[in-house]
Design a protein around this ligand. Structure first.
Ligand code: G6P
Length: 612
Protein backbone atom coordinates (compact mmCIF):
# COMPACT_ATOMS: atom_id res chain seq x y z
CA UNK A 1 0.00 0.00 0.00
CA UNK A 2 1.70 3.16 -1.26
CA UNK A 3 5.03 2.82 -2.99
CA UNK A 4 8.22 4.62 -2.00
CA UNK A 5 11.41 5.01 -3.97
CA UNK A 6 14.41 7.19 -3.19
CA UNK A 7 17.74 7.70 -4.95
CA UNK A 8 21.02 9.35 -4.03
CA UNK A 9 24.07 9.05 -6.27
CA UNK A 10 25.61 10.55 -9.37
CA UNK A 11 23.11 9.60 -12.08
CA UNK A 12 20.05 11.74 -12.95
CA UNK A 13 17.49 10.84 -10.29
CA UNK A 14 14.29 11.51 -12.24
CA UNK A 15 14.27 8.49 -14.58
CA UNK A 16 15.30 6.20 -11.73
CA UNK A 17 12.49 7.48 -9.53
CA UNK A 18 9.91 7.28 -12.30
CA UNK A 19 11.05 3.78 -13.27
CA UNK A 20 10.75 2.75 -9.62
CA UNK A 21 7.30 4.30 -9.28
CA UNK A 22 6.11 2.38 -12.32
CA UNK A 23 7.29 -0.84 -10.72
CA UNK A 24 5.58 0.09 -7.48
CA UNK A 25 2.39 1.35 -9.01
CA UNK A 26 0.59 -1.88 -8.09
CA UNK A 27 0.83 -0.77 -4.46
CA UNK A 28 -1.40 2.24 -5.05
CA UNK A 29 -2.19 4.50 -7.94
CA UNK A 30 -4.52 7.27 -6.79
CA UNK A 31 -1.84 9.92 -7.18
CA UNK A 32 1.92 10.21 -7.39
CA UNK A 33 4.59 12.72 -6.55
CA UNK A 34 8.29 13.28 -6.30
CA UNK A 35 10.78 15.69 -4.78
CA UNK A 36 14.17 16.44 -6.31
CA UNK A 37 16.99 18.06 -4.41
CA UNK A 38 20.03 20.09 -5.45
CA UNK A 39 22.03 22.95 -4.01
CA UNK A 40 19.18 25.33 -4.76
CA UNK A 41 16.72 23.37 -2.65
CA UNK A 42 13.72 21.11 -3.17
CA UNK A 43 11.55 20.95 -6.26
CA UNK A 44 8.33 18.90 -6.21
CA UNK A 45 5.89 17.58 -8.75
CA UNK A 46 2.57 15.92 -8.03
CA UNK A 47 -0.25 14.55 -10.13
CA UNK A 48 -3.58 12.86 -9.51
CA UNK A 49 -4.00 9.43 -11.07
CA UNK A 50 -1.38 7.10 -12.43
CA UNK A 51 2.37 7.66 -12.70
CA UNK A 52 1.96 8.44 -16.42
CA UNK A 53 0.20 11.68 -15.43
CA UNK A 54 3.18 12.65 -13.30
CA UNK A 55 5.51 11.89 -16.19
CA UNK A 56 3.49 14.24 -18.45
CA UNK A 57 3.79 16.93 -15.86
CA UNK A 58 7.53 16.52 -15.47
CA UNK A 59 8.00 16.58 -19.22
CA UNK A 60 6.18 19.91 -19.44
CA UNK A 61 7.83 21.51 -16.42
CA UNK A 62 11.47 20.42 -16.41
CA UNK A 63 13.96 20.91 -19.21
CA UNK A 64 16.14 17.89 -20.09
CA UNK A 65 19.22 19.74 -18.75
CA UNK A 66 17.46 20.38 -15.47
CA UNK A 67 16.54 16.68 -15.22
CA UNK A 68 20.22 15.82 -15.65
CA UNK A 69 21.26 18.04 -12.78
CA UNK A 70 19.23 16.36 -10.01
CA UNK A 71 20.94 13.35 -8.47
CA UNK A 72 18.92 13.09 -5.26
CA UNK A 73 15.19 12.55 -4.87
CA UNK A 74 12.31 10.70 -3.27
CA UNK A 75 9.02 9.67 -4.84
CA UNK A 76 5.71 8.10 -3.91
CA UNK A 77 2.67 6.47 -5.43
CA UNK A 78 -0.37 6.69 -3.19
CA UNK A 79 -3.31 4.55 -2.08
CA UNK A 80 -5.44 7.09 -0.25
CA UNK A 81 -6.26 6.48 3.40
CA UNK A 82 -6.53 9.96 4.95
CA UNK A 83 -7.82 12.52 2.50
CA UNK A 84 -9.13 12.15 -1.03
CA UNK A 85 -6.78 11.38 -3.93
CA UNK A 86 -6.00 15.00 -4.82
CA UNK A 87 -2.81 16.76 -5.78
CA UNK A 88 -2.64 18.48 -2.41
CA UNK A 89 -2.88 15.17 -0.57
CA UNK A 90 -0.29 13.50 -2.81
CA UNK A 91 3.18 13.01 -1.26
CA UNK A 92 5.79 14.37 -0.58
CA UNK A 93 4.58 16.47 2.33
CA UNK A 94 6.53 19.36 3.81
CA UNK A 95 7.40 20.93 7.13
CA UNK A 96 6.57 24.54 7.93
CA UNK A 97 9.79 25.91 6.43
CA UNK A 98 9.22 23.82 3.25
CA UNK A 99 12.83 22.72 3.47
CA UNK A 100 12.06 19.20 4.68
CA UNK A 101 9.85 16.73 2.86
CA UNK A 102 8.59 13.23 3.55
CA UNK A 103 7.13 10.32 1.62
CA UNK A 104 5.27 7.83 3.80
CA UNK A 105 3.64 4.43 3.59
CA UNK A 106 1.43 3.41 6.53
CA UNK A 107 -0.79 5.30 8.95
CA UNK A 108 0.08 7.78 11.67
CA UNK A 109 -2.67 6.86 14.11
CA UNK A 110 -2.28 9.83 16.47
CA UNK A 111 -2.09 12.35 13.65
CA UNK A 112 -5.11 14.27 14.91
CA UNK A 113 -3.55 15.11 18.26
CA UNK A 114 -0.22 16.02 16.60
CA UNK A 115 -2.09 18.18 14.15
CA UNK A 116 -4.02 19.98 16.88
CA UNK A 117 -0.84 20.64 18.87
CA UNK A 118 0.92 22.01 15.82
CA UNK A 119 -2.07 24.14 14.83
CA UNK A 120 -1.85 25.75 18.25
CA UNK A 121 1.77 26.56 17.42
CA UNK A 122 0.62 28.36 14.28
CA UNK A 123 0.95 25.61 11.66
CA UNK A 124 -1.52 25.82 8.80
CA UNK A 125 -1.92 22.40 7.20
CA UNK A 126 -2.00 22.13 3.44
CA UNK A 127 -3.46 18.64 3.19
CA UNK A 128 -5.87 16.27 4.94
CA UNK A 129 -3.22 13.59 5.33
CA UNK A 130 -1.80 11.96 8.43
CA UNK A 131 1.64 12.24 6.79
CA UNK A 132 1.72 16.02 6.96
CA UNK A 133 1.49 15.78 10.76
CA UNK A 134 4.76 13.83 10.63
CA UNK A 135 6.56 16.05 8.12
CA UNK A 136 5.73 19.13 10.18
CA UNK A 137 6.73 17.41 13.41
CA UNK A 138 10.13 16.58 11.92
CA UNK A 139 10.49 20.26 11.00
CA UNK A 140 9.69 21.28 14.59
CA UNK A 141 12.53 19.09 15.87
CA UNK A 142 15.00 20.08 13.17
CA UNK A 143 18.09 21.84 14.55
CA UNK A 144 20.54 21.07 11.74
CA UNK A 145 20.59 17.26 12.08
CA UNK A 146 17.90 15.57 9.99
CA UNK A 147 18.43 12.11 11.44
CA UNK A 148 18.04 13.38 14.98
CA UNK A 149 14.90 15.32 14.05
CA UNK A 150 13.40 12.17 12.53
CA UNK A 151 14.30 10.13 15.64
CA UNK A 152 12.69 12.69 17.91
CA UNK A 153 9.58 13.08 15.78
CA UNK A 154 9.07 9.33 15.54
CA UNK A 155 9.21 9.07 19.32
CA UNK A 156 5.95 11.03 19.37
CA UNK A 157 4.27 9.02 16.67
CA UNK A 158 1.95 6.02 16.99
CA UNK A 159 1.14 3.86 14.02
CA UNK A 160 2.88 2.31 11.07
CA UNK A 161 5.38 3.88 8.75
CA UNK A 162 7.97 3.39 6.11
CA UNK A 163 9.39 6.85 5.35
CA UNK A 164 12.05 8.60 3.32
CA UNK A 165 12.94 12.17 4.27
CA UNK A 166 14.94 14.90 2.55
CA UNK A 167 16.22 18.22 3.88
CA UNK A 168 17.34 21.08 1.65
CA UNK A 169 19.97 21.90 4.28
CA UNK A 170 21.53 18.43 4.08
CA UNK A 171 21.47 17.55 0.38
CA UNK A 172 23.92 14.66 0.77
CA UNK A 173 21.59 12.24 2.57
CA UNK A 174 18.20 10.57 2.70
CA UNK A 175 16.90 9.57 6.11
CA UNK A 176 14.73 6.46 6.14
CA UNK A 177 12.78 4.71 8.90
CA UNK A 178 10.57 1.70 9.21
CA UNK A 179 7.93 0.43 11.60
CA UNK A 180 5.24 -1.86 10.25
CA UNK A 181 5.63 -0.87 6.59
CA UNK A 182 8.43 -2.41 4.56
CA UNK A 183 11.56 -0.63 3.39
CA UNK A 184 14.56 -2.05 1.63
CA UNK A 185 17.84 -0.28 0.86
CA UNK A 186 19.61 -1.05 -2.41
CA UNK A 187 23.39 -0.59 -2.54
CA UNK A 188 24.95 0.31 -5.89
CA UNK A 189 28.30 1.59 -7.03
CA UNK A 190 28.55 5.13 -5.66
CA UNK A 191 24.79 5.26 -5.24
CA UNK A 192 22.10 4.11 -2.85
CA UNK A 193 18.40 3.54 -3.28
CA UNK A 194 15.52 2.91 -0.96
CA UNK A 195 12.18 1.39 -1.83
CA UNK A 196 9.13 -0.16 -0.27
CA UNK A 197 9.67 -3.24 -2.41
CA UNK A 198 12.77 -4.86 -3.88
CA UNK A 199 11.13 -5.08 -7.33
CA UNK A 200 11.78 -1.34 -7.72
CA UNK A 201 15.52 -1.84 -7.14
CA UNK A 202 16.20 -4.84 -9.28
CA UNK A 203 17.26 -2.95 -12.42
CA UNK A 204 19.91 -1.07 -10.40
CA UNK A 205 21.34 -3.50 -7.89
CA UNK A 206 21.02 -6.99 -6.47
CA UNK A 207 22.57 -6.05 -3.11
CA UNK A 208 19.95 -5.06 -0.57
CA UNK A 209 19.46 -4.52 3.13
CA UNK A 210 15.98 -5.17 4.55
CA UNK A 211 15.20 -2.78 7.37
CA UNK A 212 13.54 -4.10 10.50
CA UNK A 213 10.86 -2.44 12.56
CA UNK A 214 12.37 0.35 14.62
CA UNK A 215 15.32 0.90 12.27
CA UNK A 216 16.30 4.43 11.29
CA UNK A 217 18.90 4.78 8.57
CA UNK A 218 20.90 7.46 6.80
CA UNK A 219 21.87 6.73 3.24
CA UNK A 220 24.43 8.64 1.20
CA UNK A 221 25.90 7.71 -2.21
CA UNK A 222 28.46 5.48 -0.56
CA UNK A 223 27.32 4.70 2.95
CA UNK A 224 24.47 3.21 4.92
CA UNK A 225 24.22 3.92 8.64
CA UNK A 226 21.43 2.11 10.47
CA UNK A 227 20.48 2.75 14.09
CA UNK A 228 17.76 1.60 16.44
CA UNK A 229 15.25 3.85 18.17
CA UNK A 230 17.72 4.44 21.02
CA UNK A 231 20.16 5.76 18.45
CA UNK A 232 22.56 2.84 18.83
CA UNK A 233 24.29 1.66 15.61
CA UNK A 234 23.14 -1.75 14.40
CA UNK A 235 24.28 -4.06 11.62
CA UNK A 236 21.84 -5.55 9.16
CA UNK A 237 23.15 -8.15 6.74
CA UNK A 238 23.34 -7.55 3.00
CA UNK A 239 21.15 -9.94 0.98
CA UNK A 240 21.51 -10.82 -2.68
CA UNK A 241 18.22 -10.48 -4.55
CA UNK A 242 17.08 -13.63 -6.27
CA UNK A 243 15.23 -11.61 -8.92
CA UNK A 244 16.02 -10.54 -12.41
CA UNK A 245 14.62 -7.46 -14.07
CA UNK A 246 12.72 -9.60 -16.62
CA UNK A 247 10.60 -11.02 -13.82
CA UNK A 248 9.00 -7.62 -13.30
CA UNK A 249 8.38 -6.86 -17.00
CA UNK A 250 5.31 -7.78 -19.05
CA UNK A 251 7.36 -9.93 -21.42
CA UNK A 252 5.15 -9.40 -24.48
CA UNK A 253 1.83 -9.95 -22.71
CA UNK A 254 -0.82 -7.26 -22.82
CA UNK A 255 -1.18 -7.27 -19.04
CA UNK A 256 0.79 -8.50 -16.06
CA UNK A 257 -2.24 -10.53 -15.04
CA UNK A 258 -2.22 -12.53 -18.27
CA UNK A 259 1.53 -13.02 -18.02
CA UNK A 260 1.16 -14.25 -14.46
CA UNK A 261 -1.69 -16.61 -15.39
CA UNK A 262 0.50 -18.09 -18.11
CA UNK A 263 3.48 -18.36 -15.78
CA UNK A 264 1.65 -20.83 -13.58
CA UNK A 265 3.03 -24.09 -14.97
CA UNK A 266 6.46 -22.67 -14.12
CA UNK A 267 5.57 -20.95 -10.84
CA UNK A 268 3.86 -24.09 -9.52
CA UNK A 269 6.85 -26.15 -10.69
CA UNK A 270 9.03 -23.80 -8.63
CA UNK A 271 6.75 -24.23 -5.61
CA UNK A 272 7.09 -28.01 -5.91
CA UNK A 273 10.76 -28.21 -6.90
CA UNK A 274 12.72 -30.58 -4.64
CA UNK A 275 9.76 -30.95 -2.32
CA UNK A 276 8.10 -34.15 -3.54
CA UNK A 277 9.33 -37.56 -2.51
CA UNK A 278 7.62 -39.74 -5.10
CA UNK A 279 8.90 -43.06 -3.81
CA UNK A 280 7.91 -42.43 -0.18
CA UNK A 281 4.67 -40.66 -1.10
CA UNK A 282 5.69 -37.76 1.09
CA UNK A 283 6.87 -34.19 0.84
CA UNK A 284 10.09 -32.53 1.95
CA UNK A 285 9.37 -29.20 3.59
CA UNK A 286 12.47 -28.41 5.62
CA UNK A 287 11.24 -24.87 6.30
CA UNK A 288 8.53 -26.24 8.58
CA UNK A 289 11.34 -27.30 10.93
CA UNK A 290 9.27 -30.08 12.46
CA UNK A 291 10.13 -33.66 13.34
CA UNK A 292 7.69 -36.49 12.43
CA UNK A 293 6.83 -36.70 16.15
CA UNK A 294 5.98 -33.01 16.32
CA UNK A 295 3.90 -33.33 13.17
CA UNK A 296 2.00 -36.28 14.62
CA UNK A 297 1.24 -34.37 17.80
CA UNK A 298 -0.60 -31.50 16.16
CA UNK A 299 -4.28 -31.55 17.14
CA UNK A 300 -5.60 -28.89 14.85
CA UNK A 301 -4.50 -26.48 12.14
CA UNK A 302 -5.86 -22.98 11.81
CA UNK A 303 -5.27 -21.26 8.50
CA UNK A 304 -5.40 -17.47 8.54
CA UNK A 305 -5.21 -14.98 5.71
CA UNK A 306 -7.12 -12.35 3.76
CA UNK A 307 -8.64 -12.16 0.28
CA UNK A 308 -7.26 -14.68 -2.16
CA UNK A 309 -4.92 -16.11 0.48
CA UNK A 310 -7.96 -16.81 2.64
CA UNK A 311 -9.51 -18.78 -0.22
CA UNK A 312 -6.30 -20.80 -0.60
CA UNK A 313 -6.56 -21.54 3.13
CA UNK A 314 -10.10 -22.84 2.60
CA UNK A 315 -8.83 -25.34 0.04
CA UNK A 316 -6.12 -26.25 2.57
CA UNK A 317 -8.79 -26.93 5.18
CA UNK A 318 -10.34 -29.62 2.98
CA UNK A 319 -6.93 -31.08 2.15
CA UNK A 320 -5.80 -31.27 5.78
CA UNK A 321 -9.01 -32.96 6.86
CA UNK A 322 -9.28 -35.29 3.91
CA UNK A 323 -5.65 -36.30 3.44
CA UNK A 324 -4.30 -36.00 6.97
CA UNK A 325 -7.45 -36.52 9.04
CA UNK A 326 -6.51 -33.48 11.05
CA UNK A 327 -9.12 -31.07 12.33
CA UNK A 328 -8.75 -27.82 10.48
CA UNK A 329 -10.36 -24.44 10.29
CA UNK A 330 -9.92 -21.23 8.39
CA UNK A 331 -10.18 -17.79 9.92
CA UNK A 332 -10.14 -14.40 8.33
CA UNK A 333 -7.02 -12.82 9.81
CA UNK A 334 -8.76 -9.62 10.94
CA UNK A 335 -11.32 -11.73 12.78
CA UNK A 336 -8.72 -13.98 14.39
CA UNK A 337 -6.84 -11.05 15.86
CA UNK A 338 -9.86 -9.62 17.69
CA UNK A 339 -11.97 -12.61 18.63
CA UNK A 340 -9.82 -14.02 21.42
CA UNK A 341 -9.18 -17.30 19.59
CA UNK A 342 -9.14 -20.53 21.56
CA UNK A 343 -5.77 -21.97 20.59
CA UNK A 344 -3.00 -23.72 22.48
CA UNK A 345 0.38 -25.33 21.95
CA UNK A 346 -1.15 -28.40 20.28
CA UNK A 347 -2.45 -26.22 17.46
CA UNK A 348 -0.57 -25.02 14.42
CA UNK A 349 -1.46 -21.68 12.88
CA UNK A 350 -0.52 -21.26 9.22
CA UNK A 351 -0.44 -17.64 8.09
CA UNK A 352 -0.94 -17.36 4.33
CA UNK A 353 0.11 -14.25 2.45
CA UNK A 354 1.44 -13.43 -0.98
CA UNK A 355 3.01 -10.12 -0.03
CA UNK A 356 3.98 -11.04 3.51
CA UNK A 357 2.90 -7.55 4.48
CA UNK A 358 -0.84 -7.72 5.14
CA UNK A 359 -1.41 -5.89 8.41
CA UNK A 360 -4.26 -8.09 9.63
CA UNK A 361 -2.37 -11.30 8.91
CA UNK A 362 0.68 -9.96 10.70
CA UNK A 363 -1.44 -9.05 13.72
CA UNK A 364 -3.06 -12.51 13.70
CA UNK A 365 0.42 -14.07 13.84
CA UNK A 366 1.34 -11.94 16.82
CA UNK A 367 -1.90 -12.89 18.54
CA UNK A 368 -1.27 -16.59 17.96
CA UNK A 369 2.27 -16.29 19.29
CA UNK A 370 0.99 -14.49 22.39
CA UNK A 371 -1.20 -17.52 23.01
CA UNK A 372 1.78 -19.87 22.80
CA UNK A 373 0.77 -21.45 19.50
CA UNK A 374 3.19 -22.56 16.84
CA UNK A 375 2.97 -20.32 13.77
CA UNK A 376 4.17 -21.11 10.27
CA UNK A 377 4.21 -18.75 7.31
CA UNK A 378 3.14 -19.60 3.79
CA UNK A 379 4.51 -16.60 1.96
CA UNK A 380 5.67 -15.54 -1.48
CA UNK A 381 7.88 -12.53 -0.76
CA UNK A 382 11.20 -13.52 0.82
CA UNK A 383 12.37 -11.03 3.45
CA UNK A 384 8.81 -9.79 4.05
CA UNK A 385 7.49 -8.94 7.49
CA UNK A 386 5.39 -12.10 7.78
CA UNK A 387 8.27 -14.31 6.63
CA UNK A 388 10.46 -12.80 9.30
CA UNK A 389 7.83 -12.71 12.02
CA UNK A 390 6.98 -16.39 11.60
CA UNK A 391 10.62 -17.42 11.24
CA UNK A 392 9.60 -20.77 9.77
CA UNK A 393 7.27 -22.03 7.10
CA UNK A 394 7.35 -22.51 3.37
CA UNK A 395 7.97 -20.02 0.58
CA UNK A 396 5.88 -20.56 -2.52
CA UNK A 397 8.55 -19.18 -4.91
CA UNK A 398 5.96 -17.80 -7.36
CA UNK A 399 8.21 -14.87 -8.27
CA UNK A 400 7.04 -11.24 -8.21
CA UNK A 401 3.30 -10.88 -8.64
CA UNK A 402 2.64 -7.43 -10.07
CA UNK A 403 -1.00 -7.56 -11.12
CA UNK A 404 -3.19 -6.49 -8.21
CA UNK A 405 -5.48 -9.48 -8.71
CA UNK A 406 -3.61 -12.47 -7.34
CA UNK A 407 -3.29 -15.51 -9.60
CA UNK A 408 -0.02 -17.42 -9.47
CA UNK A 409 0.26 -16.81 -5.74
CA UNK A 410 -3.07 -18.59 -5.21
CA UNK A 411 -2.04 -21.67 -7.15
CA UNK A 412 1.36 -21.69 -5.45
CA UNK A 413 -0.28 -21.45 -2.05
CA UNK A 414 -2.69 -24.30 -2.80
CA UNK A 415 0.13 -26.45 -4.23
CA UNK A 416 2.18 -26.00 -1.05
CA UNK A 417 -0.86 -26.62 1.17
CA UNK A 418 -1.33 -29.93 -0.67
CA UNK A 419 2.31 -30.76 0.09
CA UNK A 420 1.74 -29.87 3.73
CA UNK A 421 -1.37 -32.07 3.82
CA UNK A 422 0.69 -34.89 2.36
CA UNK A 423 3.35 -34.44 5.01
CA UNK A 424 0.85 -34.24 7.86
CA UNK A 425 -0.99 -37.22 6.39
CA UNK A 426 2.12 -39.38 6.22
CA UNK A 427 2.89 -38.53 9.83
CA UNK A 428 -0.43 -40.07 10.79
CA UNK A 429 -3.06 -42.07 8.86
CA UNK A 430 -2.10 -41.75 5.20
CA UNK A 431 -0.61 -44.98 3.80
CA UNK A 432 2.50 -44.90 1.64
CA UNK A 433 0.45 -46.22 -1.28
CA UNK A 434 -2.09 -43.41 -1.07
CA UNK A 435 0.71 -40.94 -0.41
CA UNK A 436 2.43 -42.01 -3.62
CA UNK A 437 -0.82 -41.56 -5.58
CA UNK A 438 -1.31 -38.05 -4.28
CA UNK A 439 2.36 -37.13 -4.70
CA UNK A 440 2.20 -38.24 -8.35
CA UNK A 441 -0.89 -36.15 -8.96
CA UNK A 442 0.63 -33.08 -7.35
CA UNK A 443 3.73 -33.63 -9.45
CA UNK A 444 1.56 -33.48 -12.59
CA UNK A 445 0.27 -29.99 -11.75
CA UNK A 446 2.31 -28.04 -14.32
CA UNK A 447 0.86 -30.23 -17.12
CA UNK A 448 -2.65 -30.03 -15.65
CA UNK A 449 -2.41 -26.22 -15.70
CA UNK A 450 -1.11 -26.32 -19.27
CA UNK A 451 -4.18 -28.32 -20.26
CA UNK A 452 -6.36 -25.37 -19.17
CA UNK A 453 -4.12 -22.66 -20.64
CA UNK A 454 -4.49 -24.31 -24.04
CA UNK A 455 -8.20 -23.41 -23.87
CA UNK A 456 -7.44 -19.70 -23.59
CA UNK A 457 -9.12 -18.87 -26.92
CA UNK A 458 -12.17 -20.99 -26.13
CA UNK A 459 -12.46 -19.36 -22.71
CA UNK A 460 -12.23 -15.92 -24.35
CA UNK A 461 -15.29 -16.89 -26.44
CA UNK A 462 -17.19 -17.96 -23.31
CA UNK A 463 -16.25 -14.60 -21.80
CA UNK A 464 -17.71 -12.78 -24.81
CA UNK A 465 -21.12 -14.30 -24.10
CA UNK A 466 -20.77 -13.59 -20.40
CA UNK A 467 -19.39 -10.06 -20.55
CA UNK A 468 -22.76 -8.43 -21.23
CA UNK A 469 -24.14 -9.44 -17.87
CA UNK A 470 -23.64 -7.25 -14.79
CA UNK A 471 -24.15 -10.19 -12.44
CA UNK A 472 -22.72 -13.68 -12.17
CA UNK A 473 -22.83 -16.60 -9.77
CA UNK A 474 -20.14 -19.18 -9.13
CA UNK A 475 -21.11 -22.41 -7.41
CA UNK A 476 -19.13 -25.40 -6.19
CA UNK A 477 -19.03 -27.98 -3.42
CA UNK A 478 -16.26 -29.42 -1.26
CA UNK A 479 -12.86 -27.95 -2.18
CA UNK A 480 -14.48 -26.39 -5.26
CA UNK A 481 -16.50 -24.13 -2.96
CA UNK A 482 -13.47 -21.91 -2.17
CA UNK A 483 -12.57 -22.01 -5.87
CA UNK A 484 -16.06 -20.65 -6.62
CA UNK A 485 -15.42 -17.87 -4.07
CA UNK A 486 -12.07 -17.13 -5.68
CA UNK A 487 -13.57 -17.13 -9.19
CA UNK A 488 -16.19 -14.61 -8.09
CA UNK A 489 -13.55 -12.48 -6.36
CA UNK A 490 -11.38 -12.39 -9.50
CA UNK A 491 -14.34 -11.33 -11.62
CA UNK A 492 -15.47 -8.54 -9.32
CA UNK A 493 -11.93 -7.28 -8.69
CA UNK A 494 -11.02 -6.71 -12.30
CA UNK A 495 -14.25 -6.47 -14.30
CA UNK A 496 -16.50 -4.76 -11.69
CA UNK A 497 -19.19 -7.32 -12.49
CA UNK A 498 -21.22 -8.11 -9.39
CA UNK A 499 -20.27 -11.71 -8.74
CA UNK A 500 -21.19 -14.05 -5.90
CA UNK A 501 -19.56 -17.33 -4.99
CA UNK A 502 -21.73 -19.86 -3.19
CA UNK A 503 -21.71 -23.37 -1.97
CA UNK A 504 -23.83 -25.04 -4.67
CA UNK A 505 -26.32 -26.34 -2.12
CA UNK A 506 -26.75 -22.89 -0.62
CA UNK A 507 -28.05 -21.19 -3.73
CA UNK A 508 -31.60 -22.35 -3.21
CA UNK A 509 -31.62 -20.92 0.32
CA UNK A 510 -31.90 -17.36 -0.89
CA UNK A 511 -29.56 -16.26 -3.67
CA UNK A 512 -31.57 -18.09 -6.34
CA UNK A 513 -34.14 -15.29 -5.95
CA UNK A 514 -31.69 -13.09 -7.86
CA UNK A 515 -31.51 -15.31 -10.93
CA UNK A 516 -33.06 -13.85 -14.04
CA UNK A 517 -33.01 -15.27 -17.57
CA UNK A 518 -29.52 -15.10 -18.98
CA UNK A 519 -27.66 -14.63 -15.66
CA UNK A 520 -24.38 -16.52 -15.95
CA UNK A 521 -23.95 -19.30 -13.40
CA UNK A 522 -20.51 -20.86 -13.43
CA UNK A 523 -20.86 -24.42 -12.17
CA UNK A 524 -17.77 -26.20 -10.88
CA UNK A 525 -18.91 -29.71 -11.62
CA UNK A 526 -15.98 -32.03 -11.24
CA UNK A 527 -16.50 -33.36 -7.73
CA UNK A 528 -17.08 -37.02 -8.36
CA UNK A 529 -18.61 -37.93 -4.97
CA UNK A 530 -21.20 -35.14 -5.14
CA UNK A 531 -21.30 -34.60 -8.87
CA UNK A 532 -24.98 -35.54 -9.22
CA UNK A 533 -25.87 -33.06 -6.48
CA UNK A 534 -24.00 -30.27 -8.25
CA UNK A 535 -25.78 -31.07 -11.50
CA UNK A 536 -29.12 -30.92 -9.65
CA UNK A 537 -28.18 -27.47 -8.39
CA UNK A 538 -27.31 -26.47 -11.94
CA UNK A 539 -30.70 -27.82 -13.14
CA UNK A 540 -32.41 -25.56 -10.61
CA UNK A 541 -30.62 -22.57 -12.11
CA UNK A 542 -31.30 -23.68 -15.67
CA UNK A 543 -35.00 -23.96 -14.86
CA UNK A 544 -34.91 -20.22 -14.07
CA UNK A 545 -33.30 -19.38 -17.39
CA UNK A 546 -29.69 -19.04 -16.17
CA UNK A 547 -26.83 -19.25 -18.66
CA UNK A 548 -24.91 -22.28 -17.42
CA UNK A 549 -21.14 -22.28 -17.85
CA UNK A 550 -19.87 -25.63 -16.64
CA UNK A 551 -16.30 -26.29 -15.59
CA UNK A 552 -16.20 -30.05 -15.95
CA UNK A 553 -13.73 -32.91 -15.94
CA UNK A 554 -12.85 -34.16 -19.40
CA UNK A 555 -15.52 -36.58 -20.61
CA UNK A 556 -18.13 -35.59 -18.01
CA UNK A 557 -19.97 -32.74 -19.72
CA UNK A 558 -23.79 -32.63 -19.68
CA UNK A 559 -24.42 -30.97 -22.97
CA UNK A 560 -28.20 -30.80 -22.56
CA UNK A 561 -27.84 -28.69 -19.46
CA UNK A 562 -24.87 -26.47 -20.21
CA UNK A 563 -24.62 -23.45 -22.49
CA UNK A 564 -20.82 -23.27 -22.35
CA UNK A 565 -18.18 -25.71 -21.23
CA UNK A 566 -14.64 -25.33 -19.94
CA UNK A 567 -12.84 -28.64 -19.62
CA UNK A 568 -10.58 -29.68 -16.76
CA UNK A 569 -8.01 -32.45 -17.03
CA UNK A 570 -8.67 -35.73 -15.24
CA UNK A 571 -7.34 -35.60 -11.68
CA UNK A 572 -8.51 -35.97 -8.08
CA UNK A 573 -10.81 -33.37 -6.47
CA UNK A 574 -8.16 -31.62 -4.39
CA UNK A 575 -5.60 -31.26 -7.16
CA UNK A 576 -8.36 -30.19 -9.57
CA UNK A 577 -8.84 -26.98 -7.57
CA UNK A 578 -5.70 -25.59 -9.22
CA UNK A 579 -6.59 -26.07 -12.92
CA UNK A 580 -10.14 -24.98 -12.08
CA UNK A 581 -8.87 -21.76 -10.52
CA UNK A 582 -6.72 -21.11 -13.59
CA UNK A 583 -9.81 -21.50 -15.83
CA UNK A 584 -11.70 -18.94 -13.73
CA UNK A 585 -8.74 -16.54 -13.78
CA UNK A 586 -8.79 -16.62 -17.59
CA UNK A 587 -12.55 -16.16 -17.64
CA UNK A 588 -12.35 -13.09 -15.37
CA UNK A 589 -9.42 -11.73 -17.38
CA UNK A 590 -11.27 -11.91 -20.70
CA UNK A 591 -14.50 -10.47 -19.29
CA UNK A 592 -12.51 -7.52 -17.91
CA UNK A 593 -10.64 -7.09 -21.20
CA UNK A 594 -13.86 -7.11 -23.21
CA UNK A 595 -15.40 -4.59 -20.82
CA UNK A 596 -12.34 -2.36 -21.22
CA UNK A 597 -11.30 -2.37 -17.56
CA UNK A 598 -7.97 -1.41 -16.04
CA UNK A 599 -6.93 -5.01 -15.48
CA UNK A 600 -3.64 -4.72 -13.62
CA UNK A 601 -4.72 -1.80 -11.48
CA UNK A 602 -8.41 -2.06 -10.69
CA UNK A 603 -10.11 0.89 -9.08
CA UNK A 604 -9.92 1.27 -5.29
CA UNK A 605 -7.66 -1.75 -4.78
CA UNK A 606 -4.07 -2.12 -3.68
CA UNK A 607 -1.89 -5.16 -3.82
CA UNK A 608 -0.57 -5.21 -0.31
CA UNK A 609 -2.78 -3.90 2.43
CA UNK A 610 -0.55 -2.64 5.19
CA UNK A 611 -3.38 -0.97 7.12
CA UNK A 612 -6.17 -2.51 9.18
C1 G6P B 1 -5.22 -7.37 -1.01
C2 G6P B 1 -5.05 -7.83 -2.43
C3 G6P B 1 -5.59 -9.25 -2.59
C4 G6P B 1 -4.90 -10.17 -1.61
C5 G6P B 1 -5.08 -9.68 -0.17
C6 G6P B 1 -4.20 -10.45 0.79
O1 G6P B 1 -6.56 -7.18 -0.74
O2 G6P B 1 -5.71 -6.96 -3.32
O3 G6P B 1 -5.34 -9.70 -3.91
O4 G6P B 1 -5.42 -11.45 -1.73
O5 G6P B 1 -4.67 -8.30 -0.08
O6 G6P B 1 -2.87 -10.21 0.46
P1 G6P B 1 -1.66 -11.13 0.85
O7 G6P B 1 -0.48 -10.42 0.29
O8 G6P B 1 -1.64 -11.21 2.34
O9 G6P B 1 -1.88 -12.45 0.23
Amino acid sequence: MCGIIGYIGTRPATPILIGGLKRLEYRGYDSAGLALLDKNGLTTFKAVGKVARLVDKLRGDLSPEKHESYTVGIAHTRWATHGAPTEINAHPHFDKSRKICVVHNGIIENYRSIREKLQKLGHKFDSDTDTEALSRLIGVHYKGDLRLAVVQALQQVEGAYGIAVLSADEPNKIVVARKGSPLVIGMGDGECLVASDASALVSHTQRVIYLDDGDIGVITPDSVDIRNQDDEPITRGISELDLDAGAVEKGGFEHFMLKEIFEQPESVRNALRGRIDLSEGNSVLAGMQMSPKELAEIHRTILVGCGTSLHAGMVGEYAFEDVAGISSEVQQAAEFRYRNPIVDHHDMVIAISQSGETADTLAAIRKAKEKGTMVLGLVNVVGSAIARETGRGVFIHAGPEISVASTKAFTGQVAVLLLMALKLGRSRRLSQEHGVDLAQEINQLPELIDFVLKQNDAIAKVAERMAKSDHAFFIGRGPMHPVALEGALKLKEISYVHAEGYHAAELKHGPIALLTPGTPVIVLANQTSVLDKVWSNAEECKARGAHIIAVVTEGHAKTDLTDDIIVLPKCGPLVATIPAAVALQLLAYHVARIRGCSIDQPRNLAKSVTVE
